[in-house]
Design a protein around this ligand. Structure first.
Ligand code: SAM
Length: 275
């Protein structure tokens, strides 16, 4: 099995990224620049056998019973008995199904049809009244309509234009919004491997603090709770290789490179009342 040769510095993004970031002083622009820094240069993307951005539906199934968390508590504090929830970037419905027993109807939005199919199958099995809306938030906000509580878990790190995204969340909520996110980009722990396998030095990740600063700029002042989500465990090497746009031959070397890398598990819950 051939070793994947480490490359020299990638021309698309080098050590200058930190200096560029330092020039930006409005929080939404800092967020945008850090998120753009997570992009994959076209020449690397062109070598990917599968879409490295695709979310695997099997990884996002909701647990059978609601699991207590700061996000669940924040949503329950806002949600009336039998109230409605709009779950943006629903995946398998973890945020919405955590409210089972209180929620009367869920509108689930996702840009992947397979996520909506998994959500709908689980909602039917649980007897949760629901409807699904396929598309990108905020483009589909008008189709999704409003709800008592808007939940949006683990989507912000996919978003470059944070302001229209968050404004649409707030406008859709009659009572309030609950956002859950990792305190850093969930793939930032793989940055050493981008350097090792592609010579690509990533700029620093956008953080929860960056998101909160951008929200405050538009008059949203969320309550913030940081919490340990529990060890998410390692990702398997084949999954990581796909994410890194590497071929299957690279999997054994990726497995070795993963040893000693820690996948952080600190999450944050951001919640705010509707305007
Ligand atoms: C990391 S998963 C999280 C799923 C679920 N909320 C959870 O916490 O388990 C992110 C989900 O958001 C969806 N997504 C990402 N950006 C989106 C956007 N702009 N509009 C709609 N869905 C989006 C993805 O397809 C994926 O299903």
């Amino acid at each position: 099995m051939g070793r994947i040769a480490p490359r020299g510095p990638h021309p698309a993004r080098g050590c200058g990224a930190r200096a560029i970031l330092a020039d930006v002083d409005d929080a939404a622009a800092v967020w945008r620049q850090r998120q753009e820094g997570r992009g994959i240069p076209a020449d690397i993307l062109a070598t990917a056998a599968t879409n490295p951005w695709h979310h695997d539906v099997g990884l996002f199934a909701a647990p059978p019973e609601p699991v207590d968390s700061p996000s669940r508590r924040a949503a329950l504090a806002l949600l009336p008995d039998g109230g409605t929830v709009l779950d943006v970037g629903c995946g398998g419905g973890r945020a919405a199904f955590a409210l089972a027993g209180r929620v009367g109807h869920v509108t689930a939005v996702d840009q992947q049809q397979d996520m909506l199919d998994a959500f709908a199958a689980d909602a039917r099995a649980r007897g949760v009244p629901h409807r699904t809306v396929l598309g990108r938030w905020p483009d589909v906000a008008a189709d999704a309509g409003t709800a008592d509580v808007v939940t949006c878990h683990h989507v912000l790190h996919n978003v470059v234009d944070l302001v229209p995204f968050v404004r649409a969340l707030t406008e859709a909520a009659r009572r309030g919004v609950v956002v859950e996110m990792m305190v850093e980009h969930p793939m930032a722990w793989l940055d050493p491997l981008w350097l090792r396998f592609h010579g690509l030095r990533r700029p620093p990740s956008a953080t929860t603090d960056d998101a909160v600063a951008a929200l405050r700029e538009i008059g949203v002042d969320p309550a913030v709770q940081r919490w340990e989500r529990g060890s998410p465990g390692p990702r398997d090497a084949a999954w990581v290789a796909r994410r890194l746009c590497l071929p299957p031959e690279a999997v054994p070397e990726v497995a070795g490179a993963l040893e000693g890398l820690e996948r952080p598990g600190v999450a944050a819950t951001l919640s705010w009342a509707a305007a």
